[in-house]
Design a protein around this ligand. Structure first.
Ligand SMILES: C[S@@+](CC[C@H](N)C(=O)[O-])C[C@H]1O[C@@H](n2cnc3c(N)ncnc32)[C@H](O)[C@@H]1O
Length: 353
């Protein structure tokens, strides 16, 4: 039985499911979910991410970690955590760059928070026994300062979708059409009165899981000190829009077409994540990816690499443009920071919310 068959049977028996429930099944089902069975990153997989585009991305995040560690007083013990580490490339580049700060690697207890068994195996191949794994943030012990990084994790966390109809808000559901196939439909929702006013046709997305992660990070960082750097594609102001997207072999496909076989995402809702963190006493700031990487010195880093390898100038120029170009990842992707009060982490000086 495929995941599609199972979902169709379940919906026939118990009724339509929310988009968040559908995302949860497609991504996290222990037998058929995308992350349990096949997450495929890179040029031959389903999608590509910034660490795989250029080593500069991870190296500059390594410099960010090293500078943040120095700014919080070079604690002799701290937890360096990556959530959703993919194939381990980002952490490997971070650790190489962070080695330049004397004493940092000795002070760092490195944790990877990962739900995917196939990806854990890839991370172990790349990073060996220098790291520890957890399946959720709350399995990483507290009590020491935290420096946490994550790239393209928030977009995997399930969201509900609401559609403004002529008679008010309704929830977008996944049900069955007349032929018994998965199909979108609308259902009345008790949340209707709580949603913001909008024009007919507007779509509002709400991710309890993203907000819960913001709250958990805010609480942890307020208690233990430190900072979290969350990079993802998404909005930096509250807004509307249907951002549910399925990617398979780098092509957009119908999100209902192949449950469990495509990467299914929604935009990160940074306003909700950061507001949940502030409610726990943390401070927050947000930049575009282009601003963050420029503040961290991507221009100078590109020139250094160019001097060392002038034969690679066309490739380096292309990589730089993909990371910071306004028509590529530069504006759509945001870099958000949740940090303990009383300091401004590197790159985020002068932009605290
Ligand atoms: C889109 S990939 C990004 C990988 C990597 N950060 C990169 O930029 O190449 C998402 C990663 O998050 C992991 N992941 C998905 N949901 C997660 C969750 N709820 N908790 C922890 N990791 C999760 C996936 O297994 C994968 O490693």
């Amino acid at each position: 039985m495929s995941l599609r068959d199972r979902l169709q049977a379940q919906i026939a028996e118990t009724g339509p499911i929310s988009v968040a429930q559908y995302m949860t099944a497609c991504l996290y089902d222990p037998d058929y979910g995308y992350y349990a069975t096949r997450p495929a990153l890179g040029p031959t997989g389903d999608f590509i991410t910034a660490p795989l585009i250029s080593q500069m991305f991870g190296e500059l995040i390594g410099v960010w970690v090293a500078s943040a560690w120095e700014q919080i007083g070079r604690p002799q013990r701290f937890r360096l955590v990556e959530m959703g580490p993919g194939d381990g490339t980002l952490m490997s580049d971070v650790l190489r760059a962070a080695r330049l700060a004397p004493g940092l690697l000795e002070a760092a207890e490195v944790w990877l928070v990962e739900v995917s068994a196939p990806l854990r195996a890839k991370q172990a191949e790349r990073l060996g026994d220098a790291v520890r794994w957890a399946a959720a943030l709350d399995e990483v012990p507290g009590g020491e300062p935290l420096l946490l990084i994550s790239n393209e994790l928030l977009d995997c966390l399930p969201a509900r979708q609401f559609v403004r109809t002529a008679v008010g808000w309704a929830e977008q559901m996944v049900g069955l059409d007349a032929a018994g196939q998965l199909a979108f439909g609308l259902a009345a929702t008790p949340a209707a009165g709580l949603l913001p006013d909008a024009a007919v046709g507007a779509v509002f997305e709400q991710s309890a899981a993203q907000a819960a992660l913001g709250a958990a990070l805010g609480q942890r960082i307020s208690a233990d000190g430190g900072a979290a750097l969350l990079i993802d594609y998404g909005r930096d102001a509250a807004g509307f829009g249907d951002t549910l997207q399925a990617l398979r072999r780098h092509e957009k496909v119908d999100p209902l077409a192949c449950p469990g076989e495509a990467d299914l995402t929604v935009h990160a809702d940074f306003p909700a994540v950061l507001s949940a963190a502030r409610a726990q006493g943390a401070q927050t700031a947000i930049l575009t990816q282009a601003q963050f990487l420029s503040n961290m010195g991507i221009g100078a880093r590109t020139e250094t690499l160019l001097r060392a390898r002038p034969d690679r100038s066309a490739t380096l120029g292309r990589q730089l443009h993909r990371l910071i170009g306004a028509d590529e990842m530069g504006e759509l992707f945001k870099a958000a920071c949740i940090h303990s009060p009383g300091w401004s982490p590197p790159a985020f000086e002068a932009c605290d919310a």
